[in-house]
Design a binder for this molecule. Structure first.
Ligand code: SF4
Length: 423
């Protein structure tokens, strides 16, 4: 507490706060830091809550160095305010002490189904429930949270934190049904038949991109998203250790150099890999991972091969693989037990292929419109977050989802008005 207050006191409470400009959800940073500096944690939390549904998550996993902290004026001459750490502190303190309790609003504005319980789905659900809508979330995994539960590793985002943030959304009156895949189990038409006025697709972009590498079909080659999901399931006690595709002593090559590659590499080391090497076809300046994530990966022992391509994977007689790496036209063959691919992902087509009228762009991202904001080409069906092609970060999904929630509210209100005129 003393440390947090001392840090908060360093804030200049700038008239034109650059930190706020750098925040995708426009968090009123100096206002809540000012409250924190006076020891008013409840007030600080209420200010944060007005802009963010998942502050304990954002405080931990946002790209602070490129957003709020990267814009803090104090950073130009010395040390920026540790905004992420402070947000995390306020949110955790609030959870532990139950400082702020949000009133449950009467749910009489309409019914909304939310597909997916990742950052976008939770944001839409929270916003609409606070606004008087009856909201039900449908999640295909056995537990809620999407990428927060089954993508981002425990060491970056403890699952107890995710669970308490989800619990706060539940306490707003939101129902969450897990283990239901909208598409194969029940399509959009069936949801409308259940009486929902609008449907939000927040299904993310969890379909891994493919690479033209010879040998990707072998058992030892796995997508990073698949590996991290397996680890998430194992950590939740839902699968056995032998279903996680890394064993003690594995030599692992990871292709790609974004944050998912860092997550997969560090997780592989924590699951017993003896050596993990990231292979990236460009230079360090071009990597998409945050510098902080890269530094942590280096500190943990991950090795890097820059300007190098992985071209073929061939099984050998000892049960490992001969992996061909090419740098500046020169080939070298190395031995490895596993290859993990982390070269990006796009949206799955489960929903659009099982119903009519929802158009997508050539890459499969769902097309949405400006008014009502976020509505797809099918009336009453909205989309937001990664599935509609936004920047694939937690906070950008949340920022977009807040706007879509406003679009859904406007649409359902208009629908009800038309109905009442019709009556
Ligand atoms: Fe405080 Fe930095 Fe924001 Fe200024 S830019 S209000 S010093 S956090």
């Amino acid at each position: 507490m003393a440390e947090a207050i001392a840090e908060a006191k360093r804030c200049l409470n700038c008239k034109v706060p650059q930190c706020k400009k750098g925040c995708p959800v426009g968090n009123d940073i100096p206002d809540w830091i000012h409250q924190l500096s006076m020891g008013n944690l409840g007030n600080a939390m209420s200010i944060i809550n007005a802009k963010s549904n998942l502050p304990a998550v954002c405080g931990r996993v946002c790209a602070h160095e490129r957003q709020c902290e990267g814009n803090c004026v104090l950073g130009k001459k010395g040390a920026h305010i540790n905004i992420g750490r402070l947000e995390q502190f306020v949110a955790d303190f609030d959870t532990q002490m139950h400082l702020t309790r949000q009133p449950i609003v009467q749910k009489d504005r309409g019914r909304v189904a939310v597909i997916g319980s990742g950052p976008a789905g939770l944001t839409v659900a929270g916003e609409l429930a606070r606004g008087g809508f009856d909201v039900e979330i449908f999640e295909m995994e056995p537990q809620a949270g999407g990428v927060l539960t089954f993508g981002i590793p425990e060491y970056r985002l403890p699952k107890t934190i995710v669970k308490s943030e989800i619990e706060k959304i539940r306490q707003l009156g939101v129902r969450i049904t897990t283990g239901v895949t909208i598409g194969p189990d029940m399509n959009i038409d069936a949801l409308f038949e259940q009486g929902f006025d609008a449907i939000f697709m927040g299904t993310g972009a969890g379909k891994p991109k493919k690479l033209p590498i010879e040998g990707v079909q072998y058992d030892g080659v796995r997508q990073a998203i698949y590996f991290l999901r397996r680890v998430g399931l194992y950590n939740e006690g839902l699968i056995n250790r032998n279903e996680v595709p890394i064993v003690e002593g594995d030599v692992v090559y990871v292709v790609g150099c974004g944050n998912t590659a860092m997550d997969a590499s560090r997780t592989a080391l924590r699951f017993g890999a003896s050596k993990v090497t990231i292979v990236y076809h460009r230079s360090i300046e071009n990597m998409t991972a945050l510098r902080a994530e890269y530094d942590d990966a280096v500190a943990e022992g991950v090795e890097f091969m820059w300007n190098t391509s992985l071209t073929t994977i061939k099984p050998d007689e000892e049960g490992t693989y001969d992996i061909t790496l090419v740098r500046d036209g020169e080939q070298q063959i190395v031995k490895g037990h596993k290859v993990i691919l982390a070269v990006g992902s796009g949206p799955a087509s489960r929903i659009v292929s099982t119903t009519h009228g929802i158009e997508v762009d050539p890459k499969g991202y769902v097309l949405t419109r400006e008014y009502p904001f976020g509505m797809t080409t099918r009336k009453g069906v909205f989309a937001g977050g990664d599935v509609s092609g936004n920047q694939a970060t937690v906070v950008h999904a949340m920022s977009n989802a807040r706007e879509v929630a406003a679009g859904i509210a406007a649409y359902v209100d208009a629908l009800n008005l038309m109905k009442s005129i019709g009556d």
